[in-house]
Design a protein around this ligand. Structure first.
Ligand SMILES: Nc1ncnc2c1ncn2[C@@H]1O[C@H](COP(=O)(O)OP(=O)(O)O)[C@@H](O)[C@H]1O
Ligand SMILES: [Mg+2]
Length: 253
């Protein structure tokens, strides 16, 4: 396959997901893609929020991790919408479907907004812990120090009116429904202890209708759309190119 200019697929893979190094053929970006220039700009004190939205299973986390890893711990931090679920343990009934985790009201966007504002101001935050097995918000939190590049991953971050305007670059990962479902089925059975039947039911009762009602329409707010099936390096290049034309950034570059 032909490589887009500036990309070398033969370089060692970055582990976009440490738990699944085999998942995607990842390519390291080279200096030709402006990464070094971006590192210099970020080191010079620019702060940049990149939001990565899209349906469940579209490839958001893969792209978000890849962005964060390209810039490293010194320059980047990653915030996951999944940490901000509201505690619904009292109502959860297994696969019975009494809790709709895909509706915006299942998420604490006020807290996410407050934490993103703090990170943008250079302050550390305490990220909540959500336990997917019990659907509880745990008492413990994880401290997260602010970094120049703040990458935010979540299905509904472009729908949430308080969160959306905080992004310097809003990305939406587009991916066909069949592919999203197949990926989700695999993940939920393997990582979240769910049954295939339960995952199927939840997808058709909740994930799909909520996707169609909330996630897909939020795509209009994206600055960049990338394909969840395209090589991740091509998506990265698209995002970084959008960053490069952002006036707020180039003014300080
Ligand atoms: N660009 C891509 N090409 C091929 N597979 C991908 C791509 N992006 C993600 N995947 C795979 O799809 C699955 C879901 O990706 P993930 O990033 O976890 O999605 P999301 O966070 O949107 O739910 C993972 O197995 C991942 O390795
Ligand atoms: Mg994810």
């Amino acid at each position: 396959m032909a490589c887009p200019a500036g990309l070398r697929y033969a370089r060692p893979m970055l582990a976009a997901r440490a738990d699944r190094p085999e998942a995607v053929a990842l390519a390291e970006l080279t200096t030709g893609d402006g990464v070094e220039q971006w590192k210099a700009t970020l080191r010079a004190g620019r702060r940049l929020l990149i939001g990565v939205a899209g349906g469940s299973g579209s490839g958001k986390t893969t792209l978000a991790h890849h962005l964060a890893q390209t810039f490293g711990d010194e320059l980047s931090c990653l915030v996951m919408q999944d940490s901000f679920y509201i505690d619904q343990s009292a109502r959860f009934d297994g696969d019975g479907g009494s809790v709709n985790f895909d509706h915006p009201s299942s998420l604490d966007f006020e807290l996410l907004e407050a934490q993103l504002r703090a990170l943008r101001a250079g302050q550390p935050v305490e990220v909540p812990h959500y336990d997917f097995a019990t659907h509880r918000r745990l008492a413990s939190t994880t401290p997260l120090a602010s970094r120049a590049l703040i990458v935010v991953d979540g299905t509904l971050i472009l729908d949430a009116p308080g969160v959306r305007p905080l992004f310097d670059v809003a990305v939406f990962v587009e991916c066909p429904e069949e592919v999203r479902f197949a990926r989700r089925l695999e993940r939920d059975v393997r990582e979240r202890g769910r049954t295939p039947d339960g995952v199927h039911r939840q997808f058709h009762r909740q994930v799909k209708p909520m996707h169609d009602a909330w996630v897909e329409p939020s795509k209009v707010h994206a600055d960049v759309r990338v394909g969840g099936l395209e090589p991740i390096a091509a998506s990265m290049q698209r995002v970084l190119a959008r960053v490069s034309v952002d006036e707020r950034l180039s003014a300080g570059a």
